[in-house]
Design a protein around this ligand. Sequence first.
Ligand code: NAP
Length: 395
Amino acid sequence: MLQRGHPASVSPPVKRRGRAPGCARARTFLPVAVEDLALARVAEHVVGLGDLLELLLSAGLLVLVRVVTQRLTAVGPLDLLVRRTAGQAQRLVEILDAKTREKLCFLDKVEPQATIAEIKNLFTKTHPQWYPARQSLRLDPKGKSLKDEDVLQKLPVGTTATLYFRDLGAQISWVTVFLTEYAGPLFIYLLFYFRVPFIYGHKYDFTSSRHTVVHLACICHSFHYIKRLLETLFVHRFSHGTMPLRNIFKNCTYYWGFAAWMAYYINHPLYTPPTYGAQQVKLALAIFVICQLGNFSIHMALRDLRPAGSKTRKIPYPTKNPFTWLFLLVSCPNYTYEVGSWIGFAIMTQCLPVALFSLVGFTQMTIWAKGKHRSYLKEFRDYPPLRMPIIPFLL
Ligand SMILES: NC(=O)c1ccc[n+]([C@@H]2O[C@H](COP(=O)([O-])OP(=O)(O)OC[C@H]3O[C@@H](n4cnc5c(N)ncnc54)[C@H](OP(=O)(O)O)[C@@H]3O)[C@@H](O)[C@H]2O)c1
């Protein structure tokens, strides 16, 4: 539209020639056009104003020129045009509270190409307490949050977009969350392993277990969490920068609590080794190691799907690494391997709290895997049909 408002002199000669009949039309219908024709038509005449004046002057119709000039000034089509085209180029955004429907903010002149992330930044200027990471903006008060990368002009909204705001609460970075969640179990387990005072009674302070499996279990547990910490720092490419602060309390209670409970029994002076002795431990260790390698391989494969700094999400496929072939059968093999590791650890230690931790972890990861599987099916039409969320052919 704006191009149509360019001065006629910059238009290519062919186009100018092409507008000549239009000028003739303008001479006949100009008064009508000013009053009745749609704004777009007026704009067309305005563009051809140079030609028109030439024509009118040459015809000696100075009176008519004055009338036309007066009309144009009175109606203000140029003004209107600019305003209208500006209206088409820029949007108005009102932000209402999703709970109370109270108007929180009105943003005018928002570029149609603006992303939700940019709108959040504008909103923060008027409400600094709600920094972008704690804002959820939706089209419907009870609907899903819009993504930061969603573009205003692609949303099903008119020139005035109404967005509903929800406060997600104080946020904390994912990396901090993971480091806190994973460093806790590592540290707590070691307190029990080294039998620091006030845990098992004075006479056991800083004593060591006589069972090999207890030492092996400590190595496996520590290895698992060190691996997770390193992966959080150097492997994962997260798409979300933050998560609600309150989640960290829930998550830490889960990880730290289970770590303490498991460690208490495994390192207890009265701990009894597994029923089938070394054979059971060896089998369990093999399961644990294979699953750790598998889990790491999947994390590397997921990392390779996403270029650094992007939020790209692709369908993961098996690579040359045989551990990734599980992608043929499940959507989240990293969870499958994670559960496998804990089953291995439970067999190795033959300890009830470990079995319970595996069960709770399995339940949680199944819920996430199902959600992720559903979103893969929704997002990718060509998603491999054979895959299940977490357990091949079953679940
Ligand atoms: N024991 C337990 O109770 C328990 C519970 C949960 C997790 N874990 C462990 O923690 C690990 C990480 O958990 P998670 O829930 O973050 O795993 P996840 O959802 O599979 O994500 C792992 C990483 O890969 C990225 N990613 C996932 N799918 C992708 C795709 N299609 N394209 C591009 N990137 C993709 C994720 O980015 P996004 O940020 O976009 O998701 C994230 O950075 C698990 O594999 C498991 O070993 C253990």
